[in-house]
Write a protein that binds this ligand. Structure first.
Ligand code: ADP
Ligand code: MG
Length: 439
């Protein structure tokens, strides 16, 4: 690559990270002076530019060059008065930016992941992956029961990598999303763009891979994606509710590929870790509860952190609305009642809340009409009936006017994923739940 092309690639890469304004201010009048074995010299127009670049941007600049050249390089800024880039600004700056930045839910980080005996080994593996993506453990396969923190840890890895290298192409998807993308690519004859999309990933995060079970076509396609990414050292992190060997109807070659990386299980948290998690979640909620109260709550639920968190939030709200001190005696009564019944919600209430929230009729919601506007309300209903009321997918199908259980599963899973990845849906869920508990 000649110096000019290298510089243009560099500008293209740094632009989405530092923004156009800074790009103009600091880099518009720079150019590559020379490229030696492990050193790049960049000419800047004056001493002030040089000093600022050294102070504020050197590590990032070196990192980007290292990535472009695939080797470690030092960058030196020198002053070359009256330096002007050998190409007009227009051409350099308005090249289309190919780099896609993704937004992963920032709520899930490695910093706010509470570490205890149940998850410390998996956590250490996550850190190793962040240190050396694509090299140490590829894929990292995280498995364990519901609500033990698999998605949190996976997105924590993604967020840490993005913080280090914002220009990495990270793809995060549920196995469902991969499957649906694949099916529509076939139907719409867009296999090329499907492959281009997934195989271009620097980091691929696939959640709940157990849903690949029995999907032969998808498994076949994923196998090829996997090989391609592995051969170019793109890091993959996969999660599942069970170890690969235990996933039914999963091709042996995928099982052995998964097992070829690092498999890490996450166990349900022990009592002390549950207390630590509750303490951390209180801080996130902007509240402090006394230790005995935390211990009381931690002892009432034993495995699922999602439920633990849900219960904590309900308790905090309840204390606030009743204007009570957060003492154990005020919480004990609340804990004795089962979570779901404590606010007496039944499925009719969920349906009516959804209807009033989305301003639709019950007939719309449960009827056969297939309008686009009805899809999201129906899916959210499926999700809430499953997560909040623990109804079976078959029962949810009945409640929603006789829908098939696979339809219900699809809708519920879609919202489960959006609840992690889409802040609009997150907000909606919070509002609907609040309405449900206060109406
Ligand atoms: P899974 O994917 O295993 O079903 P999640 O990663 O979605 O579980 O975790 C469920 C909830 O519990 C999330 O809100 C997550 O932030 C929280 N959680 C799980 N493990 C931890 C942990 N070790 N520290 C802090 N929060 C956690
Ligand atoms: Mg998950």
């Amino acid at each position: 690559m000649d110096n000019l092309r290298l510089w243009n690639k560099f500008l293209e890469t740094i632009k989405p990270i530092i923004g156009t304004a800074k790009l103009r201010t600091f880099f518009s009048q720079c150019s590559i002076q020379s490229v030696e074995e492990n050193k790049i010299t960049v000419a800047t127009p004056h001493a002030f530019a040089k000093a600022t670049l050294n102070q504020q941007h050197l590590p990032l600049v070196e990192q980007i060059f290292a990535d472009l050249l695939k080797k470690k390089v030092k960058v030196e800024f020198i002053v070359k008065e009256g330096n002007t880039p050998p190409q007009s600004e227009e051409e350099v700056f308005f090249q289309p930016v190919r780099i896609q930045t993704v937004i992963l839910n920032p709520k899930y980080t490695l910093e706010n992941f509470v570490v205890g005996p149940s998850n410390n080994v998996a956590y250490a593996a996550a850190q190793a992956v962040v240190q050396n993506p694509g090299i140490s453990y590829n894929p990292l396969f995280l498995y364990g029961g519901t609500g033990v923190g698999k998605t949190h840890l996976m997105l924590g890895i993604g967020n840490a990598l993005l913080a280090k290298k914002p220009y990495l192409k990270i793809i995060y998807c549920s196995s469902d999303k991969f499957m649906n993308d694949y099916v529509s690519a076939i139907q719409e004859h867009k296999m090329n763009s499907f492959r281009a999309k997934y195989r271009a990933a620097d980091i691929l995060l696939v959640d709940d891979i157990q849903f690949f079970s029995g999907r032969e076509g998808t498994q076949d396609e994923f196998f090829h994606t996997f090989n391609e990414l592995q051969s170019k050292n793109s890091q993959m992190v996969l999660t599942s509710d069970k170890a690969p060997q235990e996933i039914a109807k999963l091709e042996d070659r995928l099982k052995s590929r998964f097992a070829g990386g690092l498999m890490m299980d996450i166990q349900p948290p022990d009592f002390d870790t549950r207390v630590a998690i509750l303490r951390a979640k209180c801080i996130e909620q902007g509240t402090v509860l006394p230790e005995d109260s935390l211990k009381l709550i931690a002892s009432s639920l034993d495995s699922n952190i999602r439920e633990l968190e849900g219960k904590l939030i309900q308790i905090i709200q309840n204390l606030k609305t009743r204007n009570l001190m957060p003492a154990p005696e005020n919480i004990a009564g609340f804990l004795n009642q089962p979570l779901k019944k404590s606010n007496g919600i039944d499925h009719k209430q969920v349906l009516s809340t959804i209807c009033s929230f989305f301003n639709i009729t019950l007939k719309d919601l449960t009827g056969p009409k297939r309008y686009k506007e009805l899809v999201l309300p129906r899916h959210i209903t499926m999700y809430l009936l499953s997560e909040e009321l623990n109804l079976t997918v078959e029962r949810i199908g009945e409640v929603l006017g006789g829908r098939d259980h696979t339809t219900v599963m699809h809708g519920r899973n879609r919202i489960r994923n959006l609840a992690v990845s889409d802040s609009g849906v997150q907000r909606m869920l919070i509002e609907v739940k609040q309405k449900m508990t206060t109406s």
